[in-house]
Design a protein around this ligand. Structure first.
Ligand code: CO8
Length: 258
């Protein structure tokens, strides 16, 4: 069992839970914290008993951004030469679905971390935003890219150029968040969703996630081609035979995940 200092981990049946745990700093995402998140994500990704991952914070903050105190004295040469925070991108390599359960502030890097997850559930008092412009910088962990893909250019421009925060309800209307729930239900519902996903055939879940994420990278023609190749490849799985046999036999499928 790894000794983490900035996060807590515990599994709930087939769901791996990661809780960001720097409450005094509103879960500011220090370099060490992100290393720990990456490490925990990779372990859950490698664990055959885990089928989905949930990342959460606490009631006051999911995460209030990258750690401003850590960045304050850094120079261009330092951040450029060391590829400072370059390891933030690793979350995109995780194959299993990741659900963000967001309460309180999800600002700057916190909003970007939530957007790097596959599904966002938000509490009714959650606050999102990309306030970097007010610090004399811009979002640096995908905010200018993922926000525009999620909510469109005009809204993304307004949010990033003013740094104004937006509410969970707006986030849901705009399609950034899939559900808004009472604050004390968000984590339970995210774990429940994770269990539902984890109860299905893992290779097809993984393929579905991979194919959806390709939609952000490829043209429609290439994307649908990629999807069809993956679709065909799933015909090699025992789980495909099992799923279709269970349907015709009118019984529940028993997935073997191969
Ligand atoms: N970094 C470091 N410490 C923080 C951060 C942060 N992002 N946010 C809050 N804290 C600390 C505060 O300094 C304070 O500490 P202390 O008690 O020692 O003074 C403690 O958390 C509590 O915060 P507040 O007293 O400010 O609490 P309030 O309820 O008054 O305000 C806010 C809450 C509005 C959330 C306020 O804390 C705030 O504005 N925080 C900063 C939000 C922000 O600007 N975030 C963007 C940061 S920049 C970024 O994320 C860039 C990502 C780039 C990634 C690049 C990858 C390559």
């Amino acid at each position: 069992q790894k000794n983490y200092h900035n996060i807590l981990t515990e599994s709930h049946e087939k769901v791996g839970l990661i809780t960001l745990n720097r409450p005094k700093a509103l879960n500011a995402l220090s370099s060490d914290l992100i290393h720990e998140v990456n490490n925990a994500l990779e372990k859950y990704d490698d664990d055959p008993n885990i089928g989905a991952i949930v990342i959460t914070g606490n009631e006051r903050a999911f995460a209030a951004g990258a750690d401003i105190k850590e960045m304050m004295d850094k120079t261009f040469a330092e951040v450029y030469k060391t590829n400072f925070l370059g390891h933030w991108g690793k979350i995109s390599d995780i194959k299993k679905p990741i659900i963000a359960a967001v309460n309180g502030f999800a600002l700057g890097g916190g909003c970007e971390l939530a957007m790097s997850c596959d599904i966002i559930y938000a509490g009714d008092k959650a606050i999102f935003g990309q306030p970097e412009i007010k610090l004399g910088i811009i979002p640096g962990a995908g905010g200018t890219q993922r926000l525009v893909r999620a909510i469109g250019k005009s809204k993304a421009m307004e949010i990033v150029l003013t740094g104004r925060n937006f509410k969970a309800q707006e986030a849901e209307q705009w399609g950034l968040v899939s559900k808004v729930l009472p604050a004390d239900k968000v984590l339970d519902e995210a774990i429940r969703l994770g269990q539902e996903i984890a109860s299905l055939s893992q290779p097809s879940i993984q393929a579905a996630k991979e194919s959806i994420n390709k939609a952000f990278e490829l043209s429609l023609k290439e994307g649908t081609h990629f999807e069809r190749r993956l679709f065909y490849s799933l015909f090699g799985l025992n789980d495909k035979k099992e799923g279709m046999s269970a349907f015709t036999d009118k019984r529940e499928p028993k997935w073997t995940h191969n």
